[in-house]
Design a protein around this ligand. Structure first.
Ligand SMILES: Nc1ncnc2c1ncn2[C@@H]1O[C@H](COP(=O)(O)OP(=O)(O)OP(=O)(O)O)[C@@H](O)[C@H]1O
Ligand SMILES: [Mg+2]
Length: 231
């Protein structure tokens, strides 16, 4: 059955995808390609020589599904302490959508990104501790990822407002064209350490911008209202 999402407000918009609460399950979200930024647009933007690659290779949803299936096989249940679950594709009236676990605070609202939390509150001791725990878990498991971006990690809170955990909701996988099984675990562990070091640098860059009062951009902010799917 085709899910109707075109008439509901997305709760967020990334550079590539619109995110809707799943119309039949409030514990899940469904992500579709932004109609205003098609795969053709994305390929054009990449320029030569990347624009020689087939259109399908630019599809974030397809890539995420492939990566999540492989990671589930290799790492199993412990992965989901750190990463949102992926449930596969469903047809929508805006094209194929990828369904995943919607990370909500215990009180019910959709969790804010690490970017928004640090921007709003500064880098509190509690948040530093949560980042430390996240990094330790990420390094120990050796989860392959592209750069860990502050708008691709959400901060899930308990009912009393304290931080429960950090969860990655986008940006998994690697740029390598070789399959994961060709590499030893030590390779992934080392790579995870590099990515988490880089996350610390990104947090510092965000803090420096915050100190200067520079606007961090709307990327990673939830859109509670007023977002138009066609723009
Ligand atoms: N599973 C989720 N749980 C909670 N919030 C989410 C979830 N998935 C996405 N979001 C929110 O939606 C925003 C955009 O989603 P996402 O990062 O998947 O889109 P994208 O277009 O792939 O992003 P990018 O610009 O990084 O390519 C996130 O920054 C986050 O605020
Ligand atoms: Mg994203």
């Amino acid at each position: 059955m085709t899910l109707k999402v075109s008439e509901i407000q997305p709760f967020a918009r990334g550079g590539n995808r619109l995110c809707f609460v799943h119309p039949e399950d409030t514990g899940r979200c469904i992500k579709v390609r932004r109609p205003d930024f098609t795969l053709e647009d994305l390929r054009r933007k990449k320029g030569f020589p990347k624009n020689l690659k087939p259109l399908s290779s630019f599809d974030d949803n397809a890539e995420e599904y492939k990566v999540m299936t492989a990671l589930h096989k290799r790492l199993g249940e412990p992965l989901y302490q750190l990463v949102s679950r992926c449930f596969g594709f469903e047809e929508t009236d805006m094209g194929k959508g990828l369904v995943s676990e919607l990370i909500r605070d215990e009180a019910g609202s959709v969790s804010h990104t690490l970017k928004q939390v640090i921007w709003d509150e500064g880098y509190t001791e509690e948040c530093q501790r949560a980042v430390g725990e996240f990094i330790a878990g990420w390094n120990a498991l050796g989860v392959p990822s592209r750069d860990l971006l502050v708008h691709n990690i959400v901060v899930q809170r308990c009912l009393d407002g304290s931080i429960q955990r950090l969860v990655v909701i986008d940006g998994l996988g690697s740029s390598s064209i070789l399959p994961d099984f060709l590499f030893p675990q030590s390779y992934f562990i080392k790579k995870a350490h590099r990515k988490t070091e880089n996350l610390r640098e990104r947090i510092n860059i965000l803090l420096a911008a915050r100190a200067k009062g520079e606007f961090p951009g709307t990327h990673g902010l939830l859109m509670h209202e007023g977002i138009q799917t066609g723009k």
